[in-house]
Design a protein around this ligand. Structure first.
Ligand SMILES: CC(=O)N[C@@H](C)C(=O)N[C@@H](C)C(=O)O
Length: 655
């Protein structure tokens, strides 16, 4: 019977993650990646497929199992893609390895090696389809003792990066010959490269100040004479670039740091001749990127903004939804594709903007590929249909309430599916804090709901999807954000009737920080699960890969300047008040929130006699719940259910 199976932790097996829709510039084909989660091989088996836009015919271009990220050439005849390969140094240490390969759309399967690289940060074809501009990480750590004289030292998922410079190159795709673009910088981390439509220039955004790597400069490199000059300095944000169709102007995705790391990403118009900079999306007061949380994504290498003859396309996070927008210089931004209660997760537009390929998800539909043409949206793939038919998925309900300071706060409730008795409920706090819950698919939520737990997820102050002011909780962590969450708890108990003695709290990263904070400030919850969390801002400083400046920017302190503030805002400071049984889940290669964050909390709880358990996942990083080894993901979910079931036992009675 369809929908009869319980969606348990191992339901991850066989789920297909559709990603990276890339339309050929002529609009004839849409290339994409399909990655099947396999518990048997404990991997994501990824292949590259294409759909012919006119006939809908599906073609397997590369059958994998480790191929992804197709980037079609401007002439629409070829594409490059990434093949993950295993590399080891002489001591047997694992090294990141990617083969950049070239293939023809007419010859499925055949491909030619262009280069072996350690990663690909950005690629941009030359308009004649013969060369690529590329930003590539160069330089490996010492094999034995690490002798470090630079910053940053490490990065989540990559390991040691202290010798890594991300440099710009031009690659001849037929011969594989790579030529470095010289910018004359000693230290550099390129974030994006963009080849101009007239073929004459390559725009490069680059961090050049090792001690302030969040500052980006934009260079324009003259392909003919090999000279580069700076056209903008000291910008911030993602730093993605797109040329106007006439090759005169640049669109820049980022900001000027108006609210530090709480600033919205904006589309800025940059005139490389005059250095003039104009914000095209400030009137929106929304983040011009997709920040919705989901655990069914596979890596993507699409540009976040694209300039076609119809304007500059980009995604906007808005109240849990993600909408495709467009803006033209001198005009107001306008929504092009508003999916309603859904998320346009990634997109790619043909050269004339008449065809848009995108992936779409909803809270009950994992991602599939769609086509938007002539004001009509059409679904092109059904990779997840058979998987979905096996299970019963409940539909979440949105709610909003007026917080005690008058602001409107939004949240959702995902009950158990029909026929499953409610055992209790979970307040699930997202990370960031500048991300949002909303209409993204969360496999983990359905696992909880199928086990009888209603999932309550709220966007408190600090979240994305609203105004820049709403997202800005700098120097005030644990204040208004905490109040919003606890007021939401009050609302769901009083207005939605959730049983007050059957609640648990959980969250990851900033959500782990907030879980730790919550249990240090209230004993309302029967159980807590804190994951990849933060317990001590003093030891977070200088260890996290998101930069020492993150703590200073968000908490307004360093260990030697206002350390009292760092400590006041550290959950560990309140460990003597914690009574809630707490499961701590952490990865031993989490370079974002180091293992010490978990260990310090675990030790404190153990010494104080609070029931606790620490689960350390070997070989995993900060992204365990989203892209960890499938068997580890299943184990993690099982540990969470076991903890909840132990502390919220039996059927509901009181309340
Ligand atoms: C900016 C950032 O990465 N902050 C982390 C502490 C965090 O909360 N990350 C979130 C996005 C997560 O879920 O891992």
């Amino acid at each position: 019977m369809p929908g009869a199976e319980k969606l348990g932790p191992d339901s991850l097996d066989g789920l297909v993650l559709v990603s990276n829709p890339a339309v050929t510039p002529d609009g004839r084909y849409i290339l994409y990646t399909a990655a099947r989660v396999s518990l048997a091989t404990d991997s994501y088996e990824s292949s590259i497929l294409a759909v012919k836009v006119d006939s809908g015919e599906q073609i397997v271009l590369q059958s994998g199992p480790r191929d992804s990220c197709p980037v079609p050439s401007p002439d629409g005849r070829r594409y490059v893609f990434a093949r993950k390969v295993e590399q080891r140094d002489r001591r047997g240490n694992k090294l990141p390895g990617i083969e950049l390969r070239l293939a023809s759309l007419d010859a499925p399967g055949a491909s030619q090696l262009i280069a072996r690289v350690e990663g690909i940060v950005s690629l941009s074809w030359s308009p004649d389809s013969r060369r690529l501009a590329a930003a590539l990480p160069m330089g490996r750590p010492d094999e034995d003792v690490k002798e470090i004289e630079t910053l940053p030292v490490w990065f989540n998922g990559k390991g040691f990066v202290y010798k890594t410079r991300i440099e710009p190159f031009i690659i001849d795709v037929d011969s594989g010959i790579m030529e470095r673009i010289e910018l004359g910088l000693n230290w550099l981390q390129v974030s994006d490269v963009a080849w101009s439509p007239d073929g004459k220039k390559i725009a490069i955004s680059v961090a050049a100040d090792m001690l302030r790597p969040y500052l980006l400069d934009v260079y324009v490199y003259d392909v003919e004479n090999g000279e580069a000059h700076v056209v903008a300095q000291g910008l911030r944000g993602y730093g993605e670039l797109a040329w106007s169709p006439d090759s005169k102007l640049l669109a820049y995705l980022g900001h000027r740091g108006e609210r530090g790391f709480s600033s919205h990403q904006k589309i800025m118009l940059l005139n490389p001749e005059t250095g003039g900079l104009e914000c095209l999306t400030c009137s929106l007061d929304r983040n011009a990127v997709n920040t919705v949380n989901s655990d069914v994504r596979f890596r993507s290498c699409l540009k976040k903004l694209q300039w076609t003859i119809r304007g500059i396309y980009f995604l906007v996070s808005d109240s849990g939804r993600v909408i495709l927008y467009r803006v033209q210089p001198g005009m107001e931004p306008e929504p092009v594709l508003d999916p309603g209660e859904a998320v346009v997760d990634e997109f790619s537009a043909s050269r004339d903007g008449s065809i848009i390929a995108y992936t779409l998800m909803t809270p009950v539909d994992p991602k599939e590929l769609y086509l938007y043409r002539g004001m009509e949206a059409r679904r092109l793939t059904r990779h997840t249909e058979a998987w979905k038919r096996r299970y019963k998925l409940a539909q979440p309900r949105r709610f909003s309430f007026r917080a005690s300071d008058g602001a409107t706060v939004e949240g959702w409730v995902l009950p158990p599916p029909e026929g499953v008795e409610q055992r209790g409920w979970v307040l699930y706090i997202h990370g960031g804090p500048k991300t949002m819950w909303g209409y993204g698919f969360m496999h983990e939520f359905h696992v909880l709901s199928n086990a009888g737990y209603t999932v309550v997820y709220v966007n408190p102050r600090g979240s994305d999807g609203y105004s820049e002011d709403f997202a800005d909780i700098r120097c005030r962590y644990g204040e208004r954000d905490y109040m919003d969450l606890m007021e939401a708890v009050d609302y769901v108990v009083k207005q939605l009737g959730l049983p007050k003695s059957r609640a648990a709290v959980m969250g990851g990263s900033y959500g782990g920080f907030m879980t730790n904070w919550v249990i240090g400030h209230t004993s309302f919850f029967r159980a807590a699960v804190t994951m990849r969390g933060i317990s001590n801002w003093i030891s977070m400083y200088g260890t996290t890969d998101i930069g020492w400046y993150f703590v200073e920017d968000q908490l307004c302190c360093t260990p030697w300047r206002r350390s009292d503030l760092c400590w006041e805002k550290s959950p560990l400071r309140y460990a003597d008040r914690i009574e809630t049984p707490t499961l701590i889940i952490h990865s031993n290669e989490d370079y974002r929130c180091w293992l010490d964050q978990a260990l310090q909390l675990y030790t404190a709880l153990k010494l104080r006699g609070v029931e606790t358990k620490l689960a350390i996942f070997p070989g995993e990083n900060h992204d365990l719940s989203r892209s960890g080894k499938p068997r580890h993901r299943v184990k993690r979910l099982q540990l969470i259910l076991d903890w909840l079931n132990k502390h919220i036992p039996g059927a509901r009675n009181e309340d």
